[in-house]
Design a binder for this molecule. Structure first.
Ligand code: PMP
Ligand code: GLN
Length: 404
């Protein structure tokens, strides 16, 4: 194999999904809703299947009906007119947009700032490009049981920038903490990037999973930040069907055109029929905006309810959690379980997840796997996914209550 992929053979999702299956555990590990598609989605598929051109190749940078719908959806949210043909690219999942953005701008020797814990693919792609991930942690300031108390140390963050810094990755709502970056935090991050002339990739795949009463702040809307920012979204996350693997990148033509160079060579286009289906769903959201039947009106409450059930189970079991305000995940402090492991070789949380999966039939994800440098912060936390069906939440909750 080429040198660039050596050392990256292992994949967290492959490993932990196999572990859950092997032990027939209730899977609160990998982040995927396990409920059936809502009726409007099934209707969109039935209608799309009768459109002959939906079965053909389409425009590589994005199916016209979908990019138009995305422009209509996002323009008011970004407070600017987003050009559907030049400022949006659709991709195979948000993964591909992230991959295209990181590879389009990372040269060997470039430094990329990753706020950790971070979604695992970021650091791998940076390293495959020959870049250097530079890790800056979110640390609890005050009560760690509130996700929004996990913050950057401003001086430490600024200190991570130098003349080699090319890019910064930001993720809000945050996987795995469930933090929503505030307007003030976004402003600070954007200003720092401006000062050092650094590009920003903002992974906002959980943008529609912000709990009721909370606000999603987009870094691209900080005055002056649009020109240096690529915002990434996901149909899988926006419509709770992660198997769809359709994503998009939004930003100035100057930046999106560079992602397109990667995309047109790697996959050329995302599947046409899927883009037709999602275009219909996005159009429906625009028409029903603010209405109780709009999916994006319902989703925040669905996520919050799932979260509340897992939180209640943890509370009953005497386990502290980091209360999230959006996304699919909750961090649980497993210290009260009183488990003893030899941690000279393998982190506590990794052994704890293996133990829980094998002995309690409950699968989660160790927090330390989201860290490149500051693993000590992860301590005894594991990540559980609450974006699950009633049945899964009930069985998972019962196991948690019974755990100690
Ligand atoms: N970013 C984050 C933070 C994620 O959790 C995920 C997980 N799916 C992705 C990107 C990838 O999204 P997609 O499934 O649309 O490729
Ligand atoms: N985004 C999902 C998570 O964080 C999983 C991604 C994957 O399975 N590759 O759990």
């Amino acid at each position: 194999p080429a040198q660039r992929i050596i050392g990256h053979e292992k994949n967290l999702w492959v490993e932990y999904s196999a572990l859950a299956i092997r032990h027939q555990a209730v899977n609160l590990g990998q982040g995927f809703p396990d409920f059936p598609p809502p009726q409007f989605l099934k209707d969109a598929w039935s209608e799309a299947v009768d459109i002959p051109s939906a079965h053909w190749y389409t425009r590589g940078q994005g199916y016209p009906r979908l990019v138009t719908a995305l422009s209509d959806l996002y323009s008011p949210e970004f407070g600017r007119t987003i050009n559907p043909m030049s400022e949006i690219m659709t991709s195979v999942g948000a993964y591909e947009s992230l991959y295209a953005a990181l590879t389009a701008f990372t040269d060997p020797g470039d430094e990329v700032i990753l706020i950790e814990p971070h979604f695992d693919s970021y650091s791998v792609v940076v390293e495959v490009c020959g870049g250097k991930p530079v890790y800056v942690p979110l640390k609890p300031e005050g009560d760690p049981r509130n996700a929004n108390n996990w913050v950057l140390d401003k001086a430490e963050f600024e200190g991570a920038f130098n003349s080699k810094t090319k890019l910064l990755m930001v993720n809000t709502p945050h996987n795995p903490i469930g933090k929503l970056f505030s307007a003030e935090e976004m402003e600070f991050i954007a200003r720092t990037c401006e000062k050092h002339n650094v590009l920003i990739i903002s992974d906002e795949v959980y943008e529609r999973c912000v709990f009721p009463g909370h606000v999603h702040h987009r870094i691209a809307t900080v005055p002056g930040a649009w020109d240096r920012t690529i915002t990434v979204g996901s149909a899988g996350k926006s419509f709770s069907m992660t198997g769809y693997k359709l994503g998009w990148a939004i930003g100035p033509q100057e930046l999106i055109s560079k992602l397109q160079t990667v995309h047109q060579t790697a996959v050329y286009s995302a599947p046409t029929i899927l883009q037709e289906v999602i275009a219909r769903c996005v159009e429906r959201e625009i028409q029903m905006k603010g209405h109780g039947d709009a999916y994006h009106t319902q989703l925040p409450q669905i996520m919050k309810d799932g979260c509340s059930q897992i939180m209640a189970a943890c509370q009953d079991a005497g386990l502290d959690v980091v209360e999230p305000f959006g996304g699919y995940f909750i961090l649980v402090d497993t210290s009260p379980l009183g488990l003893e492991f030899d941690t000279s070789q393998v982190e506590y949380d990794i052994q704890c997840v293996h133990w829980l999966t094998e002995h309690k039939k409950l699968a989660g994800i160790p927090l330390s796997l989201f860290f490149g440098k500051n693993k000590h912060i992860s301590e005894k936390y594991i990540r559980l996914c609450f974006a699950k069906s009633e049945g899964t939440l009930k069985t998972g909750g019962d196991i948690i209550r019974d755990i100690t």
